[in-house]
Design a protein around this ligand. Sequence first.
Ligand code: PHE
Length: 527
Amino acid sequence: PVITSTERDLPHEILALLANKDTVVTNQDYPEISQPRIKAAIDRLGSRSMVEYDTKDSEIVILTPEAEGICEQGSHEYKVWDAVRKQGKVEIAELPNVVGKDSAKIGASGALRNKWVSKDGKFLVPVAKEAKDSARELLQKVQQTNSLSDAKALTDLKKRKLVKTGKLINYVVRKGPKYAKEIPFEATDLTSEMLSSGSWQTTDFKPYNFKALGGLQNSGALHPLNKVRAEFRQIFFNQGFVEMPTNRFVETGFWNFDTLFVPQQHPARDMQDTFFISDPPAGDKPRECPEAEKAMDDMERGARTLYATPEPRPTKPRDYEQYWKNTQAVHEKGAFGSIGYRYKWSEKESLRLVLRTHTTAISTWALHRLAEDPRPARYFSIDRVFRNEAVDATHLAEFHQVEGVIADFGLTLGGLMKFLEDFFAKLGITGLRFKPAYNPYTEPSMEIFGYHEGLGKWVEIGNSGMFRPEMLEPMGLPADMRVYGFGLSLERPTMIRYGVSNIRDLLGHKVDLGFIESNAAVRLEKN
Ligand code: PHE
Protein backbone atom coordinates (compact mmCIF):
# COMPACT_ATOMS: atom_id res chain seq x y z
CA PRO A 1 0.00 0.00 0.00
CA VAL A 2 1.11 3.54 -0.76
CA ILE A 3 1.74 5.58 2.35
CA THR A 4 0.39 9.02 1.68
CA SER A 5 2.12 11.93 3.29
CA THR A 6 -0.88 12.69 5.50
CA GLU A 7 -0.34 9.43 7.37
CA ARG A 8 3.24 10.29 8.33
CA ASP A 9 4.04 11.17 11.91
CA LEU A 10 6.13 14.23 11.09
CA PRO A 11 6.89 15.39 14.66
CA HIS A 12 8.44 12.02 15.53
CA GLU A 13 10.28 11.88 12.20
CA ILE A 14 11.85 15.24 12.94
CA LEU A 15 12.84 14.16 16.46
CA ALA A 16 14.44 10.98 15.09
CA LEU A 17 16.37 12.92 12.46
CA LEU A 18 17.67 15.39 15.07
CA ALA A 19 19.14 12.47 17.06
CA ASN A 20 21.80 12.12 14.34
CA LYS A 21 22.30 15.62 13.05
CA ASP A 22 22.47 19.11 14.48
CA THR A 23 19.95 20.79 12.24
CA VAL A 24 17.08 19.76 10.06
CA VAL A 25 16.58 22.07 7.10
CA THR A 26 13.01 21.50 6.11
CA ASN A 27 13.14 22.09 2.36
CA GLN A 28 16.16 19.80 2.06
CA ASP A 29 15.02 17.06 4.41
CA TYR A 30 11.31 17.23 3.60
CA PRO A 31 11.03 18.68 0.10
CA GLU A 32 7.82 16.74 -0.51
CA ILE A 33 5.91 18.05 2.53
CA SER A 34 3.87 21.21 2.23
CA GLN A 35 4.94 24.28 4.16
CA PRO A 36 1.84 24.51 6.44
CA ARG A 37 2.23 20.86 7.52
CA ILE A 38 5.91 21.35 8.32
CA LYS A 39 5.05 24.45 10.32
CA ALA A 40 2.33 22.64 12.27
CA ALA A 41 4.76 19.83 13.16
CA ILE A 42 7.60 22.05 14.36
CA ASP A 43 5.20 24.33 16.22
CA ARG A 44 3.85 21.32 18.08
CA LEU A 45 7.40 20.40 19.13
CA GLY A 46 8.36 24.02 19.71
CA SER A 47 5.50 24.61 22.14
CA ARG A 48 7.01 21.86 24.33
CA SER A 49 10.52 23.35 23.94
CA MET A 50 11.62 20.10 22.30
CA VAL A 51 12.95 21.97 19.28
CA GLU A 52 13.81 25.51 18.35
CA TYR A 53 13.87 26.91 14.86
CA ASP A 54 14.72 29.84 12.65
CA THR A 55 12.95 30.86 9.50
CA LYS A 56 14.96 31.29 6.34
CA ASP A 57 13.48 32.40 3.06
CA SER A 58 15.08 31.13 -0.09
CA GLU A 59 14.50 31.60 -3.75
CA ILE A 60 13.53 28.55 -5.74
CA VAL A 61 13.69 28.00 -9.46
CA ILE A 62 10.77 26.19 -11.07
CA LEU A 63 10.53 24.84 -14.62
CA THR A 64 7.79 25.98 -16.97
CA PRO A 65 5.80 23.28 -18.84
CA GLU A 66 7.96 23.87 -21.92
CA ALA A 67 11.12 23.21 -19.91
CA GLU A 68 9.59 20.08 -18.43
CA GLY A 69 9.03 18.85 -21.98
CA ILE A 70 12.72 19.48 -22.76
CA CYS A 71 13.73 17.46 -19.69
CA GLU A 72 11.68 14.54 -20.98
CA GLN A 73 12.36 14.63 -24.74
CA GLY A 74 15.51 16.70 -25.18
CA SER A 75 16.07 20.26 -26.39
CA HIS A 76 14.61 21.49 -29.68
CA GLU A 77 18.04 21.53 -31.39
CA TYR A 78 18.75 18.04 -30.10
CA LYS A 79 15.45 16.76 -31.49
CA VAL A 80 16.29 18.27 -34.91
CA TRP A 81 19.77 16.76 -34.93
CA ASP A 82 18.46 13.38 -33.78
CA ALA A 83 15.84 13.29 -36.54
CA VAL A 84 18.31 14.38 -39.25
CA ARG A 85 20.85 11.79 -38.08
CA LYS A 86 18.34 8.96 -38.03
CA GLN A 87 16.88 9.77 -41.48
CA GLY A 88 20.17 10.75 -43.18
CA LYS A 89 18.63 14.03 -44.41
CA VAL A 90 15.45 16.01 -43.80
CA GLU A 91 13.88 18.59 -46.09
CA ILE A 92 13.69 21.90 -44.20
CA ALA A 93 10.06 22.46 -45.24
CA GLU A 94 9.22 19.04 -43.84
CA LEU A 95 10.81 19.67 -40.44
CA PRO A 96 7.59 20.73 -38.63
CA ASN A 97 6.02 17.38 -39.54
CA VAL A 98 9.04 15.50 -38.20
CA VAL A 99 9.85 17.24 -34.90
CA GLY A 100 6.76 19.40 -34.34
CA LYS A 101 6.11 23.05 -35.15
CA ASP A 102 7.71 24.59 -32.06
CA SER A 103 10.87 22.51 -32.12
CA ALA A 104 11.33 23.00 -35.89
CA LYS A 105 11.46 26.78 -35.64
CA ILE A 106 13.93 27.17 -32.77
CA GLY A 107 15.62 23.79 -33.14
CA ALA A 108 16.93 24.17 -36.70
CA SER A 109 18.84 27.39 -36.00
CA GLY A 110 20.19 25.97 -32.73
CA ALA A 111 21.41 22.77 -34.37
CA LEU A 112 23.05 24.76 -37.17
CA ARG A 113 24.71 27.11 -34.67
CA ASN A 114 26.06 24.12 -32.72
CA LYS A 115 27.35 22.70 -36.04
CA TRP A 116 25.41 19.49 -35.41
CA VAL A 117 23.80 19.75 -38.84
CA SER A 118 24.40 21.74 -41.98
CA LYS A 119 22.40 22.92 -44.95
CA ASP A 120 22.52 21.10 -48.25
CA GLY A 121 20.19 22.87 -50.63
CA LYS A 122 16.66 22.32 -49.36
CA PHE A 123 17.88 19.74 -46.87
CA LEU A 124 19.52 19.47 -43.48
CA VAL A 125 22.20 16.83 -43.23
CA PRO A 126 23.99 15.51 -40.14
CA VAL A 127 27.46 16.79 -39.27
CA ALA A 128 28.19 15.76 -35.67
CA LYS A 129 28.36 12.04 -34.80
CA GLU A 130 27.45 12.76 -31.22
CA ALA A 131 25.72 15.73 -29.61
CA LYS A 132 25.83 16.69 -25.97
CA ASP A 133 22.42 18.12 -25.04
CA SER A 134 23.71 20.52 -22.40
CA ALA A 135 20.50 22.61 -22.37
CA ARG A 136 18.55 19.54 -21.32
CA GLU A 137 21.16 18.59 -18.71
CA LEU A 138 21.06 22.06 -17.21
CA LEU A 139 17.28 22.01 -16.94
CA GLN A 140 17.31 18.52 -15.44
CA LYS A 141 19.70 19.73 -12.77
CA VAL A 142 17.43 22.70 -12.03
CA GLN A 143 14.48 20.33 -11.87
CA GLN A 144 16.22 18.18 -9.24
CA THR A 145 17.59 20.97 -7.06
CA ASN A 146 15.11 23.78 -7.66
CA SER A 147 18.09 26.10 -7.84
CA LEU A 148 20.63 27.53 -10.28
CA SER A 149 23.72 29.25 -8.93
CA ASP A 150 24.90 30.63 -12.29
CA ALA A 151 23.18 34.02 -12.31
CA LYS A 152 23.77 34.63 -16.02
CA ALA A 153 22.31 31.25 -16.98
CA LEU A 154 19.33 31.94 -14.73
CA THR A 155 18.50 35.28 -16.38
CA ASP A 156 18.91 33.63 -19.74
CA LEU A 157 16.50 30.78 -18.89
CA LYS A 158 14.02 33.24 -17.41
CA LYS A 159 14.14 35.35 -20.55
CA ARG A 160 13.46 32.28 -22.67
CA LYS A 161 10.50 31.52 -20.39
CA LEU A 162 11.91 28.16 -19.42
CA VAL A 163 12.07 28.83 -15.66
CA LYS A 164 10.35 30.96 -13.08
CA THR A 165 11.51 31.91 -9.62
CA GLY A 166 9.45 31.82 -6.45
CA LYS A 167 9.93 32.20 -2.73
CA LEU A 168 10.18 29.27 -0.35
CA ILE A 169 10.01 29.48 3.41
CA ASN A 170 12.49 27.11 5.09
CA TYR A 171 12.88 26.25 8.70
CA VAL A 172 16.22 25.40 10.23
CA VAL A 173 15.32 23.23 13.20
CA ARG A 174 17.60 22.28 16.10
CA LYS A 175 17.20 20.52 19.44
CA GLY A 176 15.50 22.48 22.17
CA PRO A 177 16.10 22.32 25.96
CA LYS A 178 13.52 19.56 26.39
CA TYR A 179 14.60 17.52 23.37
CA ALA A 180 13.78 13.79 23.50
CA LYS A 181 13.06 11.18 20.87
CA GLU A 182 9.54 10.67 22.14
CA ILE A 183 6.94 13.32 22.84
CA PRO A 184 6.17 12.92 26.54
CA PHE A 185 2.57 12.50 27.55
CA GLU A 186 1.07 15.71 28.81
CA ALA A 187 -2.32 15.65 30.45
CA THR A 188 -4.83 18.22 29.23
CA ASP A 189 -7.49 17.64 31.90
CA LEU A 190 -7.37 17.34 35.64
CA THR A 191 -9.54 14.33 36.46
CA SER A 192 -11.19 13.16 39.69
CA GLU A 193 -9.00 10.02 39.52
CA MET A 194 -5.85 12.16 39.53
CA LEU A 195 -7.15 13.97 42.59
CA SER A 196 -8.13 10.87 44.55
CA SER A 197 -4.97 8.91 43.70
CA GLY A 198 -2.71 11.93 44.12
CA SER A 199 -1.17 11.30 40.71
CA TRP A 200 -1.79 14.95 39.78
CA GLN A 201 1.35 15.78 41.76
CA THR A 202 3.61 13.92 39.32
CA THR A 203 1.64 14.32 36.09
CA ASP A 204 2.98 16.59 33.37
CA PHE A 205 0.32 19.04 32.32
CA LYS A 206 0.19 20.66 28.94
CA PRO A 207 0.76 24.38 29.43
CA TYR A 208 -2.10 26.69 28.56
CA ASN A 209 -1.84 28.17 25.12
CA PHE A 210 -3.17 31.65 25.58
CA LYS A 211 -2.63 32.43 21.92
CA ALA A 212 -5.00 29.71 20.76
CA LEU A 213 -8.12 30.94 19.02
CA GLY A 214 -11.37 29.86 20.58
CA GLY A 215 -12.99 26.80 19.05
CA LEU A 216 -15.92 27.31 16.73
CA GLN A 217 -19.11 27.04 18.71
CA ASN A 218 -21.97 24.94 17.46
CA SER A 219 -24.76 27.41 17.33
CA GLY A 220 -27.54 28.63 15.15
CA ALA A 221 -27.12 31.73 13.04
CA LEU A 222 -29.63 34.27 11.84
CA HIS A 223 -29.92 34.81 8.13
CA PRO A 224 -28.98 38.40 7.15
CA LEU A 225 -32.51 38.91 5.85
CA ASN A 226 -33.82 37.99 9.28
CA LYS A 227 -31.45 40.44 10.95
CA VAL A 228 -32.53 43.32 8.76
CA ARG A 229 -36.15 42.23 9.16
CA ALA A 230 -35.73 42.40 12.94
CA GLU A 231 -34.35 45.92 12.55
CA PHE A 232 -37.32 47.03 10.42
CA ARG A 233 -39.82 45.49 12.86
CA GLN A 234 -38.20 47.39 15.71
CA ILE A 235 -38.44 50.66 13.81
CA PHE A 236 -42.13 49.99 13.10
CA PHE A 237 -42.96 48.92 16.65
CA ASN A 238 -41.21 51.98 18.06
CA GLN A 239 -43.59 54.14 16.05
CA GLY A 240 -46.74 52.39 17.16
CA PHE A 241 -47.29 50.18 14.10
CA VAL A 242 -49.22 46.91 14.40
CA GLU A 243 -48.00 43.89 12.42
CA MET A 244 -50.48 42.45 9.94
CA PRO A 245 -50.91 38.66 9.64
CA THR A 246 -49.23 37.71 6.37
CA ASN A 247 -49.32 33.91 6.56
CA ARG A 248 -51.20 33.41 3.29
CA PHE A 249 -49.13 33.32 0.14
CA VAL A 250 -52.13 32.50 -2.03
CA GLU A 251 -54.80 35.14 -2.59
CA THR A 252 -57.67 35.59 -5.00
CA GLY A 253 -57.32 38.15 -7.74
CA PHE A 254 -59.95 40.08 -5.78
CA TRP A 255 -57.66 40.88 -2.85
CA ASN A 256 -54.46 41.04 -4.84
CA PHE A 257 -55.76 43.17 -7.75
CA ASP A 258 -59.46 44.11 -7.94
CA THR A 259 -59.74 45.80 -4.55
CA LEU A 260 -56.61 47.72 -5.50
CA PHE A 261 -58.31 49.11 -8.56
CA VAL A 262 -56.01 47.15 -10.89
CA PRO A 263 -58.13 46.55 -14.01
CA GLN A 264 -58.59 42.96 -15.07
CA GLN A 265 -56.74 43.51 -18.35
CA HIS A 266 -53.77 45.22 -16.67
CA PRO A 267 -50.43 43.73 -17.82
CA ALA A 268 -49.50 42.92 -14.18
CA ARG A 269 -52.32 40.35 -14.22
CA ASP A 270 -50.65 38.56 -17.11
CA MET A 271 -49.03 35.12 -16.77
CA GLN A 272 -45.72 36.80 -17.60
CA ASP A 273 -45.84 38.74 -14.38
CA THR A 274 -47.98 36.68 -12.04
CA PHE A 275 -47.99 33.05 -10.94
CA PHE A 276 -51.48 31.61 -11.19
CA ILE A 277 -52.51 28.55 -9.20
CA SER A 278 -53.85 25.74 -11.37
CA ASP A 279 -55.18 23.40 -8.69
CA PRO A 280 -57.53 24.61 -7.35
CA PRO A 281 -57.78 27.41 -9.91
CA ALA A 282 -60.31 29.53 -8.02
CA GLY A 283 -60.98 30.66 -4.48
CA ASP A 284 -64.04 31.82 -2.55
CA LYS A 285 -65.67 35.19 -2.71
CA PRO A 286 -64.41 37.50 0.07
CA ARG A 287 -65.52 36.26 3.46
CA GLU A 288 -64.59 36.26 7.12
CA CYS A 289 -61.27 34.56 7.92
CA PRO A 290 -61.36 33.78 11.67
CA GLU A 291 -57.64 32.89 12.00
CA ALA A 292 -56.48 36.15 10.44
CA GLU A 293 -59.06 38.05 12.48
CA LYS A 294 -57.79 36.58 15.73
CA ALA A 295 -54.14 37.17 14.84
CA MET A 296 -54.83 40.84 14.07
CA ASP A 297 -56.95 41.25 17.22
CA ASP A 298 -54.15 39.82 19.35
CA MET A 299 -51.59 42.13 17.82
CA GLU A 300 -53.75 45.21 18.18
CA ARG A 301 -54.48 44.34 21.79
CA GLY A 302 -50.75 43.92 22.42
CA ALA A 303 -50.01 47.28 20.85
CA ARG A 304 -52.77 48.93 22.87
CA THR A 305 -51.34 47.64 26.13
CA LEU A 306 -47.94 48.89 25.06
CA TYR A 307 -49.08 52.36 24.05
CA ALA A 308 -52.02 52.64 26.48
CA THR A 309 -54.50 53.70 23.80
CA PRO A 310 -58.17 53.39 24.73
CA GLU A 311 -60.12 50.15 24.39
CA PRO A 312 -61.64 49.67 20.94
CA ARG A 313 -65.22 50.65 20.44
CA PRO A 314 -67.74 47.91 19.66
CA THR A 315 -67.45 46.87 16.05
CA LYS A 316 -70.09 46.55 13.39
CA PRO A 317 -69.90 43.31 11.38
CA ARG A 318 -68.25 43.65 8.01
CA ASP A 319 -70.38 43.33 4.92
CA TYR A 320 -68.26 41.37 2.46
CA GLU A 321 -71.04 41.10 -0.12
CA GLN A 322 -71.40 44.88 -0.27
CA TYR A 323 -67.63 45.26 -0.66
CA TRP A 324 -67.67 42.79 -3.55
CA LYS A 325 -70.48 44.72 -5.26
CA ASN A 326 -68.86 48.10 -4.65
CA THR A 327 -65.57 46.91 -6.10
CA GLN A 328 -67.33 45.61 -9.19
CA ALA A 329 -69.20 48.91 -9.57
CA VAL A 330 -66.01 50.94 -9.38
CA HIS A 331 -64.40 48.87 -12.13
CA GLU A 332 -67.44 48.62 -14.42
CA LYS A 333 -69.15 51.95 -14.33
CA GLY A 334 -67.40 54.01 -11.68
CA ALA A 335 -68.62 54.95 -8.21
CA PHE A 336 -67.54 57.05 -5.22
CA GLY A 337 -66.65 59.94 -7.48
CA SER A 338 -64.71 57.81 -9.96
CA ILE A 339 -65.76 57.28 -13.58
CA GLY A 340 -64.38 53.72 -13.44
CA TYR A 341 -62.65 51.72 -16.15
CA ARG A 342 -65.90 50.95 -18.02
CA TYR A 343 -65.42 47.33 -18.99
CA LYS A 344 -67.30 44.11 -18.22
CA TRP A 345 -65.84 43.00 -14.91
CA SER A 346 -65.52 39.21 -14.63
CA GLU A 347 -66.26 37.41 -11.35
CA LYS A 348 -64.31 34.42 -12.63
CA GLU A 349 -61.18 36.56 -13.12
CA SER A 350 -61.60 38.02 -9.64
CA LEU A 351 -61.75 34.58 -8.03
CA ARG A 352 -58.66 33.20 -9.79
CA LEU A 353 -56.00 32.16 -7.28
CA VAL A 354 -52.56 33.75 -7.51
CA LEU A 355 -49.35 33.74 -5.51
CA ARG A 356 -49.62 37.21 -4.05
CA THR A 357 -47.56 39.70 -6.03
CA HIS A 358 -47.38 42.23 -3.22
CA THR A 359 -48.26 42.44 0.47
CA THR A 360 -50.60 45.31 -0.41
CA ALA A 361 -53.19 42.50 -0.73
CA ILE A 362 -52.89 42.15 3.07
CA SER A 363 -52.98 45.91 3.62
CA THR A 364 -56.27 46.04 1.74
CA TRP A 365 -57.67 43.32 3.96
CA ALA A 366 -56.54 45.25 7.05
CA LEU A 367 -58.04 48.52 5.76
CA HIS A 368 -61.37 46.80 5.05
CA ARG A 369 -61.24 45.57 8.62
CA LEU A 370 -60.51 49.11 9.80
CA ALA A 371 -63.78 50.27 8.18
CA GLU A 372 -65.65 48.50 11.01
CA ASP A 373 -64.40 51.20 13.30
CA PRO A 374 -62.57 53.91 11.37
CA ARG A 375 -59.86 55.45 13.55
CA PRO A 376 -56.22 56.46 13.11
CA ALA A 377 -54.19 53.30 12.57
CA ARG A 378 -50.66 52.23 11.60
CA TYR A 379 -50.07 48.79 10.11
CA PHE A 380 -46.98 47.10 8.70
CA SER A 381 -45.93 43.75 7.31
CA ILE A 382 -42.72 42.07 6.16
CA ASP A 383 -43.13 38.90 4.17
CA ARG A 384 -42.67 37.05 0.94
CA VAL A 385 -44.18 37.97 -2.41
CA PHE A 386 -43.94 36.30 -5.83
CA ARG A 387 -43.43 37.63 -9.33
CA ASN A 388 -43.00 35.66 -12.50
CA GLU A 389 -39.80 37.41 -13.57
CA ALA A 390 -36.65 36.31 -15.36
CA VAL A 391 -34.12 35.53 -12.65
CA ASP A 392 -30.83 37.45 -12.77
CA ALA A 393 -28.28 38.98 -10.40
CA THR A 394 -30.76 41.46 -8.95
CA HIS A 395 -34.13 39.75 -9.57
CA LEU A 396 -35.68 36.62 -8.12
CA ALA A 397 -39.13 35.15 -8.70
CA GLU A 398 -39.74 35.64 -4.99
CA PHE A 399 -38.57 38.23 -2.51
CA HIS A 400 -39.67 39.96 0.66
CA GLN A 401 -41.65 43.15 0.90
CA VAL A 402 -41.63 45.62 3.73
CA GLU A 403 -44.90 47.51 3.70
CA GLY A 404 -46.44 50.20 5.84
CA VAL A 405 -49.89 51.79 5.93
CA ILE A 406 -50.99 54.85 7.90
CA ALA A 407 -54.64 55.84 8.15
CA ASP A 408 -55.75 59.14 9.63
CA PHE A 409 -57.89 62.19 9.01
CA GLY A 410 -56.39 65.23 7.35
CA LEU A 411 -53.21 63.59 6.03
CA THR A 412 -51.27 65.34 3.26
CA LEU A 413 -48.66 64.26 0.73
CA GLY A 414 -46.08 66.43 2.51
CA GLY A 415 -46.73 64.41 5.65
CA LEU A 416 -45.97 61.20 3.77
CA MET A 417 -42.66 62.62 2.51
CA LYS A 418 -41.72 63.71 6.00
CA PHE A 419 -42.68 60.34 7.43
CA LEU A 420 -40.56 58.51 4.82
CA GLU A 421 -37.60 60.80 5.45
CA ASP A 422 -37.73 60.02 9.16
CA PHE A 423 -38.28 56.33 8.51
CA PHE A 424 -35.30 55.92 6.18
CA ALA A 425 -33.11 58.11 8.38
CA LYS A 426 -33.47 55.44 11.05
CA LEU A 427 -31.80 53.06 8.57
CA GLY A 428 -29.04 55.57 7.91
CA ILE A 429 -30.43 56.74 4.56
CA THR A 430 -30.91 60.50 4.44
CA GLY A 431 -31.66 63.12 1.78
CA LEU A 432 -34.37 61.21 -0.07
CA ARG A 433 -35.63 62.19 -3.49
CA PHE A 434 -39.15 61.53 -4.75
CA LYS A 435 -40.19 60.90 -8.32
CA PRO A 436 -43.78 60.91 -9.57
CA ALA A 437 -44.90 57.39 -10.41
CA TYR A 438 -48.03 55.43 -11.21
CA ASN A 439 -49.87 52.77 -9.21
CA PRO A 440 -53.50 51.98 -10.07
CA TYR A 441 -54.36 52.21 -6.36
CA THR A 442 -52.54 55.38 -5.27
CA GLU A 443 -52.73 58.98 -6.42
CA PRO A 444 -50.36 60.70 -6.17
CA SER A 445 -47.69 57.97 -6.26
CA MET A 446 -43.98 58.46 -5.64
CA GLU A 447 -40.92 56.35 -6.19
CA ILE A 448 -38.42 56.86 -3.38
CA PHE A 449 -34.73 57.29 -4.21
CA GLY A 450 -31.78 57.21 -1.83
CA TYR A 451 -28.16 58.08 -2.58
CA HIS A 452 -25.95 55.00 -2.39
CA GLU A 453 -22.50 56.05 -1.23
CA GLY A 454 -20.88 52.78 -2.29
CA LEU A 455 -22.30 52.83 -5.80
CA GLY A 456 -22.02 56.60 -6.04
CA LYS A 457 -25.50 56.99 -7.52
CA TRP A 458 -29.21 57.36 -6.73
CA VAL A 459 -30.98 54.03 -6.34
CA GLU A 460 -34.68 53.31 -6.09
CA ILE A 461 -35.43 52.13 -2.59
CA GLY A 462 -39.21 52.11 -2.49
CA ASN A 463 -42.63 52.95 -3.84
CA SER A 464 -45.31 54.93 -2.08
CA GLY A 465 -48.49 56.92 -2.43
CA MET A 466 -51.86 57.92 -1.06
CA PHE A 467 -54.57 55.35 -1.63
CA ARG A 468 -57.29 56.46 -4.04
CA PRO A 469 -60.77 57.28 -2.69
CA GLU A 470 -62.36 54.78 -5.10
CA MET A 471 -60.25 52.11 -3.43
CA LEU A 472 -60.98 53.17 0.17
CA GLU A 473 -64.62 54.19 0.04
CA PRO A 474 -65.94 50.86 -1.33
CA MET A 475 -64.60 49.36 1.92
CA GLY A 476 -66.80 51.66 3.95
CA LEU A 477 -64.04 54.00 5.12
CA PRO A 478 -65.20 57.59 5.60
CA ALA A 479 -64.58 59.97 2.71
CA ASP A 480 -62.38 62.26 4.82
CA MET A 481 -60.02 59.48 5.88
CA ARG A 482 -56.65 59.52 4.12
CA VAL A 483 -54.29 56.54 3.91
CA TYR A 484 -50.57 56.53 3.14
CA GLY A 485 -48.98 53.40 1.78
CA PHE A 486 -45.39 52.50 1.00
CA GLY A 487 -43.47 49.39 0.13
CA LEU A 488 -39.88 48.33 -0.40
CA SER A 489 -37.96 45.11 -0.76
CA LEU A 490 -36.15 43.63 2.20
CA GLU A 491 -33.44 42.27 -0.10
CA ARG A 492 -32.17 45.62 -1.43
CA PRO A 493 -31.15 47.14 1.94
CA THR A 494 -29.82 43.76 3.11
CA MET A 495 -27.57 43.46 0.05
CA ILE A 496 -26.27 46.98 0.63
CA ARG A 497 -25.76 46.32 4.33
CA TYR A 498 -23.94 43.00 3.88
CA GLY A 499 -22.06 43.86 0.69
CA VAL A 500 -23.80 41.19 -1.39
CA SER A 501 -23.92 41.93 -5.10
CA ASN A 502 -25.80 38.87 -6.35
CA ILE A 503 -29.25 38.30 -4.89
CA ARG A 504 -28.84 34.56 -5.38
CA ASP A 505 -26.12 34.59 -2.73
CA LEU A 506 -28.78 35.78 -0.32
CA LEU A 507 -31.92 33.83 -1.18
CA GLY A 508 -32.63 30.54 -2.91
CA HIS A 509 -30.97 27.17 -3.29
CA LYS A 510 -27.49 28.53 -4.10
CA VAL A 511 -27.01 30.25 -0.74
CA ASP A 512 -23.79 29.22 0.99
CA LEU A 513 -24.59 28.24 4.55
CA GLY A 514 -21.05 29.22 5.55
CA PHE A 515 -21.87 32.81 4.60
CA ILE A 516 -25.00 32.75 6.78
CA GLU A 517 -23.00 31.39 9.72
CA SER A 518 -20.00 33.67 9.45
CA ASN A 519 -21.27 37.03 8.25
CA ALA A 520 -20.54 39.92 10.52
CA ALA A 521 -22.94 40.83 13.31
CA VAL A 522 -22.63 44.43 12.21
CA ARG A 523 -21.02 46.03 9.22
CA LEU A 524 -19.14 49.20 9.97
CA GLU A 525 -19.85 51.70 7.25
CA LYS A 526 -17.26 54.24 6.28
CA ASN A 527 -18.81 57.66 6.59
N1 PHE B 1 -47.43 47.54 -3.77
C1 PHE B 1 -46.34 48.41 -4.12
C2 PHE B 1 -45.23 47.58 -4.73
O1 PHE B 1 -45.34 46.38 -4.82
C3 PHE B 1 -45.84 49.17 -2.94
C4 PHE B 1 -46.85 50.13 -2.44
C5 PHE B 1 -47.61 49.85 -1.34
C6 PHE B 1 -47.05 51.33 -3.12
C7 PHE B 1 -48.55 50.74 -0.88
C8 PHE B 1 -47.97 52.24 -2.66
C9 PHE B 1 -48.74 51.94 -1.57
O2 PHE B 1 -44.21 48.10 -5.15
